[in-house]
Each structure stands twice: as C-alpha cells, then as structure tokens.
Ligand binder design. Sequence first.
Ligand SMILES: Cc1ncc(COP(=O)(O)O)c(C=O)c1O
Ligand SMILES: N[C@@H](CCOP(=O)(O)O)C(=O)O
Length: 462
Amino acid sequence: MKYVSTRGAAPVLTFEEAMLTGLARDGGLYVPETIPELSADDIRAMSGASYEEIAFKVMRPFVGDTFTDEEFKGCITRAYAGFGHTTRAPLVQLAPNHFLMELFHGPTLAFKDFAMQLIGQMFELALKRSGKRVTIVGATSGDTGSAAIEAFRGLDAVDVFILYPHGRVSEVQRRQMTTPTESNVHAIAMDGDFDDCQARLKDMFNDFEFRDGVGLAGVNSINWARVLAQVVYYFSTAVSLGAPDRKVSFTVPTGNFGDIFAGFIAKQMGLPIERLIIATNQNDILHRCMETAAYTKSGVKPSISPSMDIEVSSNFERALFFAHDQDGTAIKGLMDDLAANGSFTISGNAMGALQQHYDSGMLDEAGTAAMITRALNETGEVLCPHSAIGVAVAENHIGDTPMITLATAHPAKFPDAVEAATGERPSLPPRMADLFEREERVTRAPNDLKALQDIVRERLSS
Ligand SMILES: Cc1ncc(COP(=O)(O)O)c(C=O)c1O
Ligand SMILES: N[C@@H](CCOP(=O)(O)O)C(=O)O
C-alpha cells in the first residue's frame, strides 16, 4: 500500500513513513493511492465480531508490511483495553430510525481517543524498532490535544507539544492538557483561534530545516493513521444494524472534516452508506460551501461547541482530492486560492462528485442549547453541544434508511453549556474527579512561528 499527497508533488510513502511524517512536503495530505475494497461477505462476517476484530479486518489492508499481523493485533488490543464500554462505540436508539453512536467512552471522553490510543501504540512500536525519537506538535480546539497527551505522556521516544487557542477551549479540556505531570508533555496556550494554531503547525512542517532538525511528527488528522482508525466505527455500527444487507446513513458533527472523511473511506471500501451528513455549528463554512460551491472564510466566531470553531477545514482537502479524480494540481490551485484570497470556488463536476456522498446542515447557538434541552426531555440522553448539533441536523435528513449520529464528546467536557441548557451539571468520571484541584502547567505564546519554534527547541534541549 502506497500513500500519495493530495497536491501531487511529494514523495510516495509507505504506511509507516506516512504515519511518522505528518504533512506531505508539498503541503498536502497523504491518502492511499488506491482504496482496498471489502466484499459483502467480508462485511457480513463482521457480524458478532468484537470491535477489535473488526478493527483488524478494516485496517489491515492499509498497513502493508509495517507491522506483522500479531504486532498489529497487539496494538489494537492494547489501544482499546482502557475504554469504559465493552462494545467501544455503543449505539443508543433515539427515535424509530435514529441512532446515536457514543464515541466518548475512551480515556479523554472524546472520539479522538479511538485513533489516538492506537497511534500511540503504533508509534511506540515503530520508534522502538528504529531507535528514533520524534517531536510531536499538535494543534487543537480542545479534544485532539488532550487525547494526544494521554496517548503519548511518559513515552521516552516522544516529546508532545500541543498548541491550543488561549481562552477558547472549555475548562475541562484545558485542564486535561495542562495538568499531566510528565516532562515530555508541553501545553502551549497560543493567541488566536484554532485556525491560527493549525496554520502555525503547518508552517512548522513547511520549514524543512526546523522539521528535520527536531524530527517533527504530527498526530492531527493531517496524519493518515488518524483517519484510518476512525473508519472502523462506521463498520462496527453499520454491521450491528444489518449492513451489508441494509443501508445506513451517518450524520457527523464536523470541523476539520477528518471524522466524516473516515465515513467516506468506509463507503469507498464497500460499506453501504447512503448519505454522509455534514453538521456544522455557526462556523458553517462547509455547509455554505455545499450550498453555493464557494468556500469562503468569514472569520471564526466562538461558540458553545468550541471544538468545531474551525474555518480552514484541513481534511476537506482530502475530500476535494477525490472529488477532482485525484488531480493534485487542481487541489494545489484551490489551496493557493484559499491562502491568497480566503476563498475558492469548486467546479460543477467536483460539486457533483461531493453531492453524490454528502449533504449538510448547520445549527446556531440558540438551536444547540434548545436541542440539548429537548434531547434530555424526549430521550433522557445528555448530549454535548457538538453531538446536539449532529442530532438536530440529522433530524432534517431522516428517511427510510436508519440514521446514525455520531456523539463525539462526553457532556462533562462542556459542563457550562450543558448546565445552561438542562439545569444539571454533568459530572466527570471518578478517575477525573480531582481534575480541578490538579496543578496546571502551561506556556503562553504569541501567534508567531519563530516564537513557537524557539519554545519547542528550548524545551527539547532542557
Ligand atoms: C467533540 C468534537 N466534535 C466534532 C469535532 C469535529 O471533528 P472533525 O474535525 O473530524 O470534523 C471535533 C473536533 O474535531 C470535536 O472535538
Ligand atoms: N476538534 C479538533 C480539531 C483538530 O482536529 P484534528 O482531527 O485535525 O486533530 C480538536 O479537538 O482539536
């Protein structure tokens, strides 16, 4: 299995190289050259299998000879052993044709744990074998950062630096990042919004002297392995509802487009997915783009679903690559337009290709709060604001096909928003009960590449 860049001008890599490399050297994102297909019988055989068994079947063809079967199975087993639910991604029925996929039973209470816990295992194995060290730098709007820190804290061969937008993550998210005591963990509160954090991260990758000097690696969804691990729960839940003999649709609360793009990969592999619904908050650039073909930045507005306060949706580039028949030159043109003018326009053909798979919807702030209240009253389910957006958008797209909405985070990560909507403050699991008493350790930084690079270099040499 080979991996190519969405901008068509970077070296072709193996799975291991793509996993440890992060951003392609032409600024693009790695994707598999071809997407392996599973037959209806292969998918049918997943019925009754454990999450871990399904994970192995789904991901194995992408991994090539990076790991033996036994090594890869070991990574998968260890990755999900600490999850607080035996089925890992349980389904709860909300209404006759509407199901909620709970993705918040991992150690940091968000869907990011599904991929990050596995990547932690795979990095550890690959780095032990090569004797190399890496410096992970990640950008987060709150959940990727805590999941990455949890997966890599204390690992000898890794330092992990997380850039988060100062004052724009929930207090629980911030404390998850600032309270770990391991010396290889470095939380950085940066001026600006998540897009600024992600832009500086990509600048670091595009500065080859810095990148090669510190051994930079990425665990944002820039990293193909992140997307791959997220493909699995599309299979496990669809199969539990009757796939491949019954179609399903998914609604996905969306920001950086990694999670919903994993659904697209599942569909390309043969899972009978009817529609993939993009659900956005008031930062609705993706929804506007689906309606008008114009991807136009308008300024990120802070919301009660802060993890989705994103306008430069990194993985949309991967979706565009497939919508343009894998034409890297076309994608480079669009991304250059975005960098120069803050917008690009998608051609009729490419829009047609996107609309074959995706629909979209948005929910504003008042609607999000109202949905959290209504979900509790009507179903007894306490939703986080991101999941509430998914549920409300899904309700406008439910037809004869079962709809599965992804619940991407635990409500206790966003207690203020949930309490304001329901009158009840959701509590953290007992293992996190003292989170608010733990000492915080964080570095403040400006939105400035050189200042950030200096922080990384200084910490590595101390
Ligand atoms: C809780 C939560 N929901 C939804 C999203 C959106 O996911 P994606 O960026 O993969 O679209 C994120 C962050 O990305 C998140 O943290
Ligand atoms: N919502 C994310 C944003 C980063 O997304 P990623 O999937 O690219 O890591 C977060 O919580 O940080």
